[in-house]
Design a protein around this ligand. Structure first.
Ligand code: RB5
Length: 142
C-alpha cells in the first residue's frame, strides 16, 4: 500500500515508530511530517498530505498530533478526505467499516506506541462494509 504519514512536533516519536512498522510490513511510506521536534503549526504539515489524498482516491494517510484533533480538523476540510480520530482498536475497525476513513488520526500524547501500532494494524486490515454505510458516506460532502 502507498501510505502518506505526517505529524507535528508532538508526533515525531510516534511517527518514527509508525514509519518503521509500515516499512517492515512492506508498505511504501511517504513521510511529509516534522522530523525535528521543533514547534510547528499542524495545518502546515497536514495541508500537503490532505491535498494529495483528496486528489488520489487510492492513497491513505496516517496523521498525528498531540490530541489527533487539530490534524484531523485540517484534513477533513478536503473533499473526499475522511479522517477519523482514533484511540482504540475497536474505533479503528469502525472508522473503516462504517465511515470508509482514508486517514487515521492518532492522539500521540494519549497513546502508547504499542497501542498506536495495534490501531494502525487494525485500520489497515479492515475493509469498508458498504451498503447502508455507503449511502451515508455519500451524504457527507455538502
Ligand atoms: C501542540 O502542542 C498541540 O496543540 C498539537 O499537537 C495538537 O494537539 C493540536 O490539535
Amino acid at each position: 500500500m502507498n501510505i502518506l504519514i505526517s505529524n507535528d512536533h508532538a508526533g515525531v516519536e510516534l511517527k518514527n515508530a509508525v514509519d518503521r512498522f509500515l516499512k517492515k510490513k512492506g508498505h511504501v511510506v511517504v513521510n511529509l511530517g516534522d522530523n525535528s521536534g521543533d514547534s510547528v503549526d499542524y495545518p502546515d504539515i497536514i495541508h500537503p498530505l490532505a491535498k494529495e489524498i483528496s486528489n488520489n482516491k487510492e492513497k491513505i494517510g496516517i496523521i498525528m498530533c498531540g490530541t489527533g484533533n487539530g490534524v484531523s480538523m485540517v484534513a477533513n476540510k478536503y473533499k473526499g478526505v475522511r479522517a477519523g480520530l482514533c484511540w482504540s482498536k475497536e474505533i479503528a475497525e469502525l472508522i473503516r467499516k462504517h465511515n470508509d476513513a482514508n486517514i487515521l488520526s492518532l492522539p500521540a500524547r494519549f497513546l502508547s506506541i504499542k497501542q498506536a501500532l495495534e490501531i494502525v494494524e487494525v485500520f489497515l486490515k479492515t475493509d469498508f462494509e458498504g451498503g447502508r454505510h455507503e449511502r451515508r458516506v455519500n451524504k457527507i460532502n455538502k
